[in-house]
Each structure stands twice: as C-alpha cells, then as structure tokens.
Ligand binder design. Structure first.
Ligand code: AMP
Length: 113
C-alpha cells in the first residue's frame, strides 16, 4: 500500500466518523468541516485524483455520485448541496487520494475562492 492517509482510513487503520460504506467506497465526516454537512466520499482503492480517471476506472465516479445523492436525501439537504473534487496544487488538493466533498446545510458562494 502507498503511504496514504485515506488508504489507511479506507481499511480502518486510521479511525473515521463513517457516514456510509460499501465494498467500493467509504464516506466519512471531514475533520475540518466547511459547512454544516461536510462529508468526504472516497474510493477504497487508491486513485490519486480525478486526473487519473480513465475509461477503465470511471465507473467508481458514477457510484460516488449515487452515494452523494443518497446521503444528501438521508440528511434532508432539500435546499441543495454541492460536490467538489480538488485536483492538484492549483485545485487546492491537500490529500493525494481522490475524494469528493459533499457540502450542504448552508447557501454556497459562486465562484469558489
Ligand atoms: P482537499 O484539500 O480537497 O485535498 O481535502 C482534504 C480534506 O481532508 C480536508 O477537508 C481535510 O479537512 C480532510 N481531512 C484530512 N485528514 C482527515 C481525517 N483524518 N479525517 C477526516 N478528514 C480529514
């Protein structure tokens, strides 16, 4: 395994506050929430960022969006929500394991900073 904090969270080596889990993905609450609801959804297998999505692995992204919609419904984010994935330095990515931020519970600004 690469030395990756989200790989360690995916296998339970580092604890997380889980919101959803199946054989392919894990969703857990962000340690530094930027909204009343701030959940990270990750593939269990290591993918560095959305820049590494190909025809071979892109199905996981559809599954992550299914999980995002399910969580948003369960958490009653009826006024709307946002999914963000940061890529690389200019994108503001700090953890190099692809993750999707599910944000909700407040009005979001656009464009993001
Ligand atoms: P990004 O800046 O897009 O790479 O997002 C990384 C996110 O991971 C940040 O929002 C961090 O607060 C969050 N984070 C880092 N370590 C942990 C952890 N151990 N448990 C939960 N969230 C974490």
């Amino acid at each position: 395994m690469v030395d990756c904090i989200f790989c360690k969270i995916a296998v339970g080596e580092i604890p997380s506050n889980k919101a959803y889990e199946d054989d392919q993905v894990l969703a857990f609450y962000d340690l530094d929430p930027q909204a009343p609801v701030h959940i990270l959804i990750i593939p269990k297998g290591h993918i560095g960022s959305a820049a590494e999505i190909t025809a071979e692995n892109s199905r996981i992204v559809a599954h992550i969006f299914e999980v995002a919609a399910k969580l948003a419904a369960e958490l009653k984010l009826d006024q709307g929500w946002r999914v963000v994935t940061n890529v690389g330095k200019d994108g503001g990515q700090s953890v190099l394991h692809m993750h999707f931020h599910l944000l909700g519970g407040r009005s979001m600004a656009w464009p993001p900073g």
